[in-house]
Design a protein. Structure first.
Length: 138
């Protein structure tokens, strides 16, 4: 079975900047690709680019998008539905780190745990630090 791939769909290409940061943590992530949405692309043109690339993705690959309801997510949702590829919107570093760790070290991808990690990574830092300090004081 071919290793799953991650396809990033982001406005302006910020997903590759996130990928470069991720490389500092885990080294090469040659299974991560991006199709950046740029201002000159129409939805139809962008969708065609995404669909063409997704046609070559192996089983269990994942599409990660930046903004729910935006062009990147709408294109990803249509391609994901048509090609049976899972799609998560709300791209962030812990979500991507989880997906990349699974692919790099297990050569597999558990969609539910990636989704769960992405959802759990949104934290009110001040509140959490305050709770932690209160526990230490008691």
């Amino acid at each position: 079975m071919e290793k799953p791939q991650v396809l990033l769909l982001t406005h302006g290409g910020w997903g590759m900047a996130l990928t470069e940061s991720l490389k500092m943590i885990m080294g090469s992530v040659d299974f991560v690709h991006e199709i950046a949405l740029t201002p000159e692309l129409t939805f139809s043109e962008y969708y065609a680019l995404v669909d063409e690339f997704a046609a070559g993705l192996p089983e269990k690959s994942l599409i990660l998008t930046d903004v729910f309801g935006g062009t990147t997510t709408n294109a990803g949702a249509k391609v994901g539905r048509d090609r049976n590829i899972k799609v998560i919107s709300g791209l962030n570093a812990p979500l991507m780190l989880e997906a990349c760790t699974q692919i790099k070290y297990m050569e597999d991808l558990n969609f539910d745990s990636v989704l769960q990690q992405g959802q759990a990574s949104i934290i009110d830092v001040i509140s959490e630090v305050t709770k932690s300090m209160e526990k230490k004081e008691s």
